[in-house]
Write a protein that binds this ligand. Sequence first.
Ligand code: SAM
Length: 283
Amino acid sequence: MSDLHRDPNKILRSHALGARKRYGQNFLIDENILKKIADSAPIDEETLVVEIGPGLGALTRYLLNRAKAVLAYEIDQGLVKLLKKHFTQHHFYLIHDDVLNRDIDQDIATLNQSFKHVVLVANLPYYITTPVLMQCLEKTESLSHLSVLMQHEVAKRITAKPSTKAYNALSVAVAYRANAHYAFKVPASVFVPAPNVDSALVTLQFRQPKQIPKHEPFFFELVRAAFKQRRKTLLNNLSAFTSLSKAEISERLTRIGIEPSARAETLNLETFIRLADAFNNHQ
Ligand code: SAM
C-alpha cells in the first residue's frame, strides 16, 4: 500500500511540488476520517468507484482495497506522475484531466467491464463542488451513490428546505434525484494545508425522480435561472431567461397558481416541475 499521503508537505517538497491553491488542494491526513469516508459508501468487489481528485492517494488506498476498480480524475500533472508511480494496481484507472470536461458515463463505458454499482467518493476541491454535483445530478446516469466531502456551507444547502436561507438551485436538483444525508462535520485541522472553513461529508442515494418534468434539461436550466438573482422576483428572473413579455409570464404563472411576485426560494420541487412544464417549449 502506498504511503505517499503520510506527510503531504514533505512528499510534495521532495518532488519540487507545492499544495496548489488554484486546484483546491487540501490533503486529508486523519486516518479515522479517511476510513469513515470510505465506510460511508456501499462498496464491494462488484463496485466501480469514481474518485475526483485523488491527490496523494490518501482515500484511494481504501477504495482500491474494497472495490472491483477505481476510476480517478486528477487535474494536476505533478500528482498524476506520483500516483502512476506509486499506484500500480491493475484495477486503478487514472485520467489526467479536468473532470468538468469529461463525460463520466462515457469514461465508465470505455473501461468495458461490468459493475453491479457505480459510486462516487471524493474529497472535492472547494472551487468545483457545485459544478461537479450538478454534473452528477444532471448529466450522469451510471451513479447510484455519492459520498462527498465539501464545505460545510454547501453541505447545508444540499439538505436545505424551501423558504430557508440555504435553499438554492442545488437543493432543488438534489431533491429531484436523490435522498441526501448530512453525515458528519470535519474540522479544518485534519487537512494539510488547513482550509479557512470546516467541511462536512454528505451522502446522496440516487433514486428515480418521484415526478418527471416534460423536458429534464429545460427543468434544470429553469431552476438555475429562477435563482439567478436571489433577491429578484420570479417574474424578473424568468423575464431575463425567456423571450416572453412580462405580461405573458405573469399570465402563465397565475394560470398555474404561482404569484408573479414570489421568489424562487419559496418554491418546492413539485412547484418547480409545474413551472418548468408551463414554460417548456420542447414538446
Ligand atoms: N483526495 C485527496 C485527499 O483527500 O487528500 C486530495 C483532495 S484535494 C481537496 C482535491 C484534489 O482534486 C487535488 O488533488 C486537486 O489537484 C484535484 N483537482 C482539482 N481540480 C480538479 C478538477 N477540475 N478535475 C480533477 N481533479 C481536480
